[in-house]
Design a protein around this ligand. Structure first.
Ligand SMILES: [Zn+2]
Length: 350
């Protein structure tokens, strides 16, 4: 899987810092041993010299390797006894790498270590959170109570989105989330994106206007960063295009949307499109070529109900109103005629 160059550099910087920290801590242990247990350090140095001699002897096929091996065994035992007396283990002398397999180098025999992939996956998810409210959009906080007349349908949609994220692979379907604004399309697509990113896939998310502007800029400026962005958008494991149709539709964007959708279909990597348009609306706004490619290859998922953002605003206003009324009643109940302060009369207020 190809990751953005910036993320690769960031991952390597994290690995280097881990390695430096492990070595620094080991040096601190060595300094402490030098003053408190010099015999341990002497024994450790002797063992290192013997191991180096054994290596040379083996290369030269020298006959004295058996003798060196015996000295190594004896020194190991001596070191073990010294460590036991000091209530330490031999592991205490080694650097504590976060990943012992690659010693925080990120590579084993020239091949990337799984720990590097884990770091990259975390960075991809953090990047997704930087450009979208991914962290606040989960399956758990998708609130079905707002879908008064369509609760069953939306419960089914929620379940199938959870399944989609859980079973995600490069063979997953392309999805077209459509419906009026404020019905949770962005929320559910970001919940999928977050889950898929956390499971180790490269996920990109962009609103259609931003995406088109970035791709156009990359195409015409030909900057290295722009070309890299373009390549990743075209090749990432999952792409979420939010609000298709909100961009300024021109001949350029028509052709870019077609290229993007078509390329990803040909490679066989899934895309999720959110739009306020129906399929008819897509046919009206885009060329037949774009619309029929979407109609023929995307699974349509309809979002129905009343604008949740509006419902939340009404709830907030009602709550505010109620609070204001309660406060008014309380003020009326505790006010005294002629603005007299009850304390002036020496009476206690309950
Ligand atoms: Zn590793």
């Amino acid at each position: 899987m190809r990751y953005p160059k910036k993320l690769e550099q960031h991952a390597d910087a994290i690995l280097s810092s881990r390695r430096r920290e492990a070595i620094r801590e080991q040096e601190e242990v060595q300094n402490w041993l030098r003053t408190t247990h010099p015999a341990i350090l002497g024994c450790q140095n002797k063992l290192s010299r013997l191991l180096a001699r054994l290596g040379i002897a083996k290369i030269r096929r020298s006959s004295c390797d058996k003798e060196i091996e015996a000295q190594i065994d004896a020194t190991r035992k001596e070191l073990h006894d010294l460590m036991t007396d000091a209530q330490m283990s031999e592991d205490d002398l080694l650097p504590k790498y976060t990943c012992p397999e690659c010693q925080d180098r990120g590579y084993i025999d020239g091949r990337p270590c799984p720990c590097r992939q884990t770091i990259l996956n975390r960075l991809v998810y953090e990047q997704l959170c930087d450009v979208s409210p991914a962290q606040s959009c989960s399956f758990d906080n998708f609130d079905l109570h707002y879908y008064v007349d369509h609760r069953q349908d939306m419960a089914k949609t929620l379940k199938s989105c959870e399944r989609y994220a859980k079973d995600f692979s490069k063979n997953s379907k392309n999805l077209l989330f459509y419906g009026d604004p404020g019905l949770g399309k962005t929320h559910l697509s970001l919940a999928i994106a977050g889950e898929v990113a956390r499971s180790g896939h490269l996920v990109m998310y962009a609103s259609a206007p931003h995406l088109m502007a970035q791709l156009e800029d990359a195409k015409f400026r030909q900057s290295e960063a722009g070309m890299e962005y373009r390549e990743i958008i075209y090749g990432c494991d999952l792409l979420v295009i939010d609000d298709l149709g909100a961009e300024l539709v021109t001949r350029y964007t028509q052709s870019e949307v077609y290229d993007l959708i078509n390329t990803r279909l040909n490679i066989g990597i899934p895309t999720i499109i959110n739009t306020n348009l129906t399929m008819n609306g897509i046919y009206k706004l885009y060329t037949n070529r774009v619309a029929s490619r979407i109609a023929g290859t995307y699974t349509e998922v309809q979002f129905q109900g009343r604008d949740i953002r509006l419902q939340k605003r009404v709830e907030e206003m009602e709550a505010h109103e109620q609070k204001a009324q309660t406060s008014h009643i309380w003020r009326a109940a505790t006010s005294y005629p002629c603005g007299k302060n009850p304390q002036d009369d020496g009476r206690a207020v309950m």
